[in-house]
Each structure stands twice: as C-alpha cells, then as structure tokens.
Design a protein around this ligand. Structure first.
Ligand SMILES: [Fe+2]
Length: 287
C-alpha cells in the first residue's frame, strides 16, 4: 500500500485512512478560505499595489505639477527680471531720446559703432574705444529736455535754438548723475565743438577739444546726414561725405582722414557704415 507523508507532522499516514476523512470535501473547505483569502490577498495586494501605483502616480504627477509650477515660476521670474532690465535700460534711453525714441536710438547706435571704428583706426587704447561706444550711444541724451516738435522742425524759434544748444551740457549732467566716467561725459559735452571755434557750447578751438569729442563730431554729422529726418530725406553717403569736405575746417583732420578710411573699407569701393561688431553690441546690452 502506498503510504503518504503528512506534510505538517512529517509522519507517514495510511492512504485508506485519509480517504475516510473525505479529503476532497476538506480540500474544498480548505480551498475556499484559501481561495478567498488568496483572492482577498490578491485583491488587497492589487488594491494596495493599485493604491500604491495611484499614490505613486499621484505623487509623481503632484511632483511633476509642483516642478512644472516651480519651472514656470522660475521662468516667469526670469522673464520679469529680463523685462525689468530692459525697462531699466530703456528708462535711460527715454531720458536720452524723449518722444523721438526709435529715430534717435538708431542714430545713437550708428554714431556709437562708427566712433568705435574710427577710434580703432586711430590706434586708440581699448578703454578709450570702449568710452567712444558709450559716449556715441548717449551723445544726444540732453535732447530729452527739448520738445519733440522743436526737434522735428527745420527752422526753430530763437528760444528753441538756445535750448538745443544747451543739450550737450544737459547730456553731460545726466550722464554724470548716472555715474559715467569724466571722459565719457566730457566727450558728450563737447560733441558740437568745431576746430575753427564755430561750435557750441563753449566755442572751443583746435587742441582744446578732446579727441573723443572730435571723433563724435565727425561721426555725428555723417550719421545725421544719411538718416531721414522729419523735414528732409536722407542724403546718399557719397553726397554726405562731399558736404562734409566742403566744411572740413570744422573737423580734426587726423580724425577726418581715419573716418574716410573706415568708410572706404568695403571691397567694391562704395561708402558705407561698417558692420556693427559684437563687442559694440555687448557694451550696448550693458547700458
Ligand atoms: Fe547733439
């Protein structure tokens, strides 16, 4: 007879005896709670695991949402700070250019870039060339105090003309207040002085005019002539240079020659403003 070993006690049992106890029924009885318990365990496990998954998913999605909000917040803060910086930068520019902002901005940038090129052509130290970028950009900052109507007219009233003649000094004061160096402020103060003493505000002559101011003078006149104004159209660059040669006694000759060389750099021999260098744009961004 086949003998069975009790799984629990390890005792060997008689197969017949086991049959008498209806193991099938017992099995069913045993199976039910097992099954139920198994099911329950599985369910519990499923539920727990489902819960865990949902919790995990919730946690992850919650984390993601928090991260997203954080990133969004950081981005917003960054954008806000950029906007703030732009506002700060343009706050200065508004002081400089008043109502005619876009036209004056373009003019300021042209003078700034050209003055830098002329400074380099003359072999000036880096610091002086950098000063020219800033002084060129802000040279007309004092015009903020002049009415936009007066700036847009070809002929002005005597009072308006006097007011215009004050803009270099006004510009000097504004830049000084904003902490710019004496060299930069001084170049702005004298950017309308002429070598023959016919300029303003102090009618300085020759060597009394700082070199930076002489450079700004030449660049300012040329850039103004090649730009559209409310009362006239822009002159072609060749015409502008001819007009300047007609009154060359007003300009520092050394500066004027360097300016001519810069304008004639293009291979086809045409006269044009040079490309704005990255280092010039870099200085503008920090203003
Ligand atoms: Fe000016």
């Amino acid at each position: 007879m086949k003998k069975k070993k009790d799984s629990r006690s390890g005792k060997v049992k008689d197969g017949k005896k086991s049959k008498e106890k209806n193991p099938k029924k017992k099995q069913k009885t045993q199976d039910k709670p097992k099954a139920e318990s198994g099911q329950k365990t599985r369910d519990k496990s499923k539920t727990q695991s489902g819960q865990k998954t949902r919790d995990k998913s919730k946690t992850q999605s919650g984390q993601k949402a928090r991260d997203k909000r954080k990133i969004h917040g950081a981005q917003k803060a960054h954008q806000g700070s950029v906007k703030k910086n732009i506002r700060v930068s343009y706050h200065n520019t508004r002081h400089l250019f008043g109502a005619n902002m876009s036209e004056q901005l373009e003019h300021g940038e042209n003078v700034s870039s050209l003055a830098y090129e002329v400074g380099r052509e003359l072999g000036l130290p880096d610091e002086e060339c950098r000063n020219l970028i800033i002084a060129g950009f802000f040279h007309d900052i004092g015009k903020a105090q002049i009415s936009s109507e007066a700036q847009g007219r070809d002929s002005m009233l005597v009072e308006e003309m006097n007011s215009v003649r004050q803009h270099p000094k006004a510009g000097y004061d504004i830049l000084k207040r904003h902490g710019f160096s004496e060299e930069i402020c001084r170049d702005v103060l004298y950017h309308h002085e002429n070598m023959d003493g016919s300029g303003y505000p102090e009618n300085l002559e020759g060597a009394n005019i700082p070199l930076g101011a002489c450079i700004l003078r030449v660049c300012d006149v040329f850039c103004a002539l090649i730009q559209d104004r409310p009362y006239r159209s822009a002159f072609p660059p060749e015409t502008a240079v001819k007009m300047m040669i007609e009154e060359v006694e007003k300009y520092n000759l050394k500066v004027f020659l360097a300016f001519q060389r810069v304008l004639h750099r293009s291979p086809d021999g045409s006269i044009a403003l040079p490309e704005v260098r990255p280092e010039v744009r870099g200085v503008w961004k920090k203003l």
